[in-house]
Write a protein that binds this ligand. Structure first.
Ligand code: ATP
Ligand code: MG
Length: 338
């Protein structure tokens, strides 16, 4: 099959609002690349079922999906260029998922580190068949539009590796249908949470959301974890691994200010209060245009639905082409073809 040379597939699970970690890990790359790549951004609602299959969780999906598309449009994803689509509305996903399930072993999937973490975080008694298959479903997402590049955060790197192996295995067994997609990590592959303990995550209550208002940001920055040994401003502090500086590095556009703060922090010539006040200001400067665009889009009734409908149509078109090539390559028996 002919491959487009520059095509992206990536996306997020609609489990809640997007946060600064999503931005640093993958959204920034999407924005940078959407002019030079043909992009497919997936709202991965089926993937939420792997850890949250409950009736109430499913009932919340509609609202979460709409909020997430709003977040996308707010950060500047351009639906004219890029297809934003709903995973469950592309039935070929289920089809290719099943075929891919035969091309990877259980022990291989059991070695994917993030799956155990997800099972633990979700308080699951035992890993479900579906959760073990998380990276297989993701491989179907990536390979249905025959993507060549997958911009994701660090926790997803191992999943893309599974997709690469499945693509190679399929091609070796049945003939060249799929490109072997490359992974691309963000400039901050794993942004730490405001608790300084783990990666920023909506489930850990340590996130600053793209939709947070200015006062919420200030309040979260005020209780952000810093260097715990620094009980007074004149004690030299550690910059490396300090979340406050990780955020300054990632989001403060005033590099001179960041360098000056780091130097004074190391020398014990600036207090945490000032470093944090400047961080709040920088974050709010970064978030302001996102908030404005969010409000603009929210004022247009039906806009989110329209974007998803249009993007899903485009994604489905590619999925149908791919599945025809898959069936052809495999030589699956065709009923009524005699
Ligand atoms: P969360 O971890 O906040 O619950 P999630 O796991 O539901 O979010 P995913 O849909 O798994 O979100 O991730 C969406 C994308 O964002 C992935 O590419 C992931 O690697 C990236 N990402 C999520 N959190 C971070 C983070 N703290 N730093 C960098 N990238 C991140
Ligand atoms: Mg995750």
């Amino acid at each position: 099959m002919n491959h487009p040379t520059r095509r992206i597939l990536t996306g997020d699970r609609p489990t809640g609002p997007l946060h600064l970690g999503h931005y640093a890990g993958t959204l920034a790359n999407r924005l940078r690349l959407q002019e030079s790549y043909e992009c497919f951004f997936i709202v991965a609602d089926l993937h939420t079922l792997t850890t949250r299959p409950g009736r109430q969780d499913v009932a919340r999906l509609g609202e979460n999906i709409r909020e997430m598309v709003l977040d996308y449009l707010a950060v500047g994803i351009d639906p004219q260029r890029s297809a934003v689509f709903l995973q469950s509305a592309v039935p070929e996903t289920y089809e290719l998922n099943l075929i891919f399930e035969m091309l990877v072993s259980v022990p291989r999937l059991e070695r994917v580190p993030s799956l155990k973490e997800m099972a633990q975080a979700a308080d699951l008694e035992a890993m479900s068949f579906g959760l073990l298959g998380y990276p297989v479903l993701q491989a179907a997402d990536i390979l249905l539009p025959r993507a060549t590049l997958v911009p994701v955060g660090k926790d997803n790197e191992a999943h893309v590796e599974v997709a690469r192996e499945i693509a190679r295995r399929f091609n070796a067994l049945y003939g060249e249908v799929f490109p072997v997609p490359e992974v691309m990590l963000g400039e901050v592959p794993s942004l730490v949470g405001i608790d300084g303990q783990a990666k920023m995550s909506k489930s850990l209550d340590n996130a600053i959301f793209l939709a947070d208002d200015a006062r919420t940001v200030e309040e979260k920055v005020r209780r952000m974890y810093t260097d715990p040994r620094r009980v007074r401003a004149d004690i030299p502090g550690t910059v490396e691994g300090n979340p406050v500086f990780a955020y300054h590095d990632a989001f403060n556009a005033d590099r001179a200010e960041v360098d000056d703060l780091k130097e004074r922090y190391r020398q014990g010539r600036v207090g945490d209060v000032e470093v944090k006040a400047r961080l709040s200001r920088a974050l709010n400067t970064f978030l302001d245009p996102i908030r404005e665009r969010r409000a603009d889009v929210a004022r247009r009734p039906g806009r989110v639905e329209e974007v998803l409908q249009d993007g899903t149509k485009r994604a489905r078109h590619e999925a149908i082409l791919t599945m025809a090539a898959v069936r052809d390559a495999m030589g699956l028996y065709r009923l009524g073809s005699e």
